[in-house]
Write a protein that binds this ligand. Structure first.
Ligand code: MGD
Ligand code: MGD
Ligand code: SF4
Ligand code: MO
Length: 681
């Protein structure tokens, strides 16, 4: 007789990672333990497949290195020496310290730092925000991802709605504009394949020959010089106007500012753009004609081009293309960008939060290091983020975290590079252990993540941690004691037609549900842009090189002639989540500097040489990979590795540019860094 199998239960949930795909999953639980996790077969984009990053997520949940009890620092900051303490003691110590800082210096000396470790609406921060709002702490502007892209598209259309990415199947021209779909958004690829099978022309525009650029479905790869997309787009408009392939009726009826835009693109004939972008005149003319005429024509973009000084201009320029051609009219035409705004509009996210002192998160190093700040930061509370790895100007961040007078709390699942600098570490649950409501930025499906197992060891959900802190600090507001289920129900409590009919019970049963956006919905055709005059805004536009680029700073480029880009590159990395785990590393086991054969030859370097990469912000020693995937003048180091991966004990962000746009809104210029590379002597 076969031994009796323990009874199993299947629990529906969804991936929490900051990834456009938000896959729905099913966890099989036996004897209180998750024994299998797989993609939901019935979910339209997941289609039964997770991804190489998350296929072995169960191993992460049961990993021997999981943090399972609160810890207190006993060694030097950053040394990684801690002793276990109980939850009551940990909460009392933090509450005591925050109360004391509030009474002496003032609550603005406390800084909340969080980002997208989970993109679940609940665990990401609704309750944490209530807590920090109520004590009046300083906040950070969560602008390192997507905000610049949002602002650029909004410059054209008020609120930056895009088409349903699933409608790309209907497109006859698809331009993957600075997005590495096969790596970063893999569940969109079937839509590209579908379009291709129906005869679409697929184009990739990227400074780097990515795996997406090399895919067999791609008809044309335009390897543009970094940050010069505005020149390309102005020249495309120039060609379209010159060749009379723009429909005037659409422009007259739907847009404002055509004549100003026309004056701008008159100054950018394709010959000038060819010099700036490194593309050829025939390539630019072909792209303009294909985009304007081979319709439906869609552009897919995520965040690639935004991480630059003039990223907002690039994102605006991209959004200008469908505004000029009227590509929005065709099903499968328009701009396919983040869908997050659909969820923000449809669900009841709080709109009446108090204003707090805020800093752009890119400036963390400068803020922690600033003695003149009034008041200076005395306590830093980090959750859902690993700033020691993900923020630009890493050396400044580490200097800040090392400051003895800073009290740092980190809520984490693992001993990350940030957690090592904490005074107190609080162990957080994973997605298999807590409830959450999952919105998406890559499709229109809402999902309920139900806990498959209770929290492991002493781990607690972020929400429970902030409930306990609120109690310990004597904050009476009952909204700070809301349960996770109440928080989900609050978000679903909406009259908006896209979500009014969606119930908690329905989500619990089915796991996921599509927002009620009508099939074939065409933004700006079926709806009116949220601009002052209800029209798409064109207006003047100029190509400007960034300050830290060879064209923008020829002087600096004399010393540091190479442009360093730092993008997501590894199939088993998701931002900084897996950089510290050997079984997620690529075969080479270390980050490599990609350098073009010409630049390598100039420096007498061959594949595999150890080199020093440096600029005024930092210095890394790292091995080379000589590769024509990067163009001459450009080098690339992958983002996401933890500090221990290089001899210098730093990642690529030790070299990156922490500057943000002058109004403080938008991302750091992660891809605009001038460096020099030399052989290790
Ligand atoms: N050089 C360079 N830098 C970059 C980028 C780049 O392309 N190049 N990309 C930028 C972009 S686009 C982004 S989005 C950011 C990402 O920045 P982050 O959002 O900070 O990065 P993640 O690695 O996704 O998540 C950080 C941590 O969240 C933790 N976490 C996950 N779930 C939970 C939870 O439920 N509770 C708690 N308390 N913690 C949890 C994980 O263990 C992980 O260590 O990085 C930015 N930095
Ligand atoms: N495997 C994996 N998947 C991920 C992530 C991960 O870390 N690993 N991170 C997730 C997150 S947080 C995000 S935000 C998304 C990002 O998804 P994407 O936006 O697709 O990814 P990026 O690598 O940031 O940038 C895409 C491309 O933009 C190009 N680019 C840079 N500058 C320019 C420019 O000036 N012009 C043009 N035309 N192109 C440019 C880069 O070379 C890069 O190939 O990916 C998500 N998915
Ligand atoms: S990381 Fe992205 S692709 Fe992978 S399972 Fe999560 S949502 Fe899906
Ligand atoms: Mo991101």
């Amino acid at each position: 007789m076969l031994p009796e199998q323990p009874p199993t239960e299947v629990v529906r949930g969804a991936c929490h990672h900051d990834c456009p795909d938000t896959c729905a999953w099913e966890a099989t639980v036996a004897d209180g333990r998750v024994v299998r996790l797989r993609g939901a077969a019935d979910h339209p984009t997941t289609q039964g497949q997770l991804c190489p990053k998350v296929n072995r997520f169960v191993d992460r949940v049961y990993h021997p290195d999981r943090l399972l009890e609160p810890l207190r620092r006993v060694g030097e900051k950053g040394a990684g020496r801690f002793e276990p303490i109980g939850w009551d003691e940990a909460i009392a110590a933090i509450a005591g310290k925050l109360t004391q800082i509030t009474a002496t210096t003032g609550s603005e000396a406390i800084l909340q730092f969080s980002f997208d470790g989970t993109q679940g609406a609940i665990q990401k921060g609704v309750l944490a925000d209530r807590f920090f709002d109520s004590i009046g702490a300083s906040d950070i502007r969560r602008h390192l991802c997507g905000v610049t892209a949002w602002l650029g598209a909004a410059d054209v259309s008020g609120l930056p709605f895009g088409i349903d990415p699933e409608d790309l199947e209907h497109s006859r021209t698809v331009i993957l504009w600075g997005t590495n779909t096969l790596l970063t958004n893999r569940h969109l690829w079937p839509m590209i394949e579908g379009a291709k099978a129906a005869g679409a022309t697929v184009v990739v525009i990227d400074p780097i020959r990515t795996p997406t650029a090399s895919a067999p479905e791609v008809d044309a790869f335009l390897q543009i010089r970094p940050g010069t997309d505005v020149a390309l787009i102005l020249a495309m408009l120039n060609v379209m106007d010159r060749d009379g392939i723009i429909e005037r009726a659409w422009i007259d009826e739907r847009t404002t500012g055509w004549e100003d835009l026309r004056r701008s693109f008159a100054e950018m004939p394709p010959e000038t753009a060819a010099e700036i972008t490194g593309l050829t005149v025939p390539q630019i003319e072909w792209l303009a004609r294909t985009y304007a005429s081979n319709r439906p024509a869609a552009i897919r973009v995520l965040v690639g081009p935004e991480h630059r000084e003039h990223g907002r201009d690039i994102m605006r320029a991209i959004a200008l293309l469908p505004a000029v051609t009227g590509a929005w009219k065709d099903l499968g035409g328009g701009l396919a960008r983040s869908t997050q705004i659909y969820f923000e509009e449809a669900l009841s996210f709080p709109t009446d939060r108090p204003q707090r002192r805020r800093f752009n998160m890119a400036a963390l190093g400068a803020v922690l290091d600033d003695d003149d700040l009034a008041p200076p930061i005395e306590a830093l509370v980090v959750h859902n983020s690993n700033p020691a790895v993900i923020c630009p100007d890493q050396n400044a961040v580490v200097r800040g975290l090392e400051r003895e007078s800073l009290f740092t709390v980190v809520v984490e699942q693992f001993m990350t590079d940030t957690a090592r600098y904490a005074d107190i570490i609080l162990p957080a649950t994973t997605q298999l252990e807590h409830l959450d409501l999952m919105i998406s930025w890559g499709h229109l499906y809402l999902a309920l993540n139900q806990p498959a197992i209770p929290p492991r060891g002493g781990a607690l959900a972020n929400t429970e941690i902030f409930r306990r802190l609120a109690s310990a600090m004597g904050i009476a507001d009952p909204r700070l004691q809301a349960t996770d289920e109440e928080l989900v129900r609050d978000l679903l409590d909406t009259d908006h037609p896209w979500a009014a009919d969606i119930t908690y019970e329905q989500l619990r049963e089915a796991g996921w549900v599509r927002l009620n956006v009508p099939a074939g919905h065409r933004p700006y055709v079926d709806t009116v842009p949220a601009t002052d005059d209800g029209r798409l805004q064109l207006g003047s536009l100029r190509y400007r090189p960034g300050t830290e680029t060879p064209d923008g700073a020829p002087g600096v480029a004399g010393r540091y002639p190479l442009t360093l880009m730092s993008r997501k590159q590894h199939v088993k990395f998701l931002n900084a989540n897996y950089g510290g785990f050997a079984d997620h590393h690529p075969r080479e086991g270390e980050p490599l500097l990609e350098i073009h054969p010409d630049d390598a030859a100039d420096r007498k370097l061959v594949d595999g040489d150890m080199v020093v990469v440096e600029n005024e912000r930092g210095r890394l020693s790292i091995r080379t990979k000589v590769s024509s995937a990067v163009q001459p003048g450009v080098v690339a180091i992958p983002f996401g590795w933890w500090h221990g991966a290089t001899g210098a004990g730093r990642g690529v962000n030790a070299l990156t540019n922490a500057a943000v746009p002058s109004d403080g809104a938008g991302s750091a210029f992660f891809h605009e860094n001038l460096v020099e590379v030399s052989a290790v002597s």
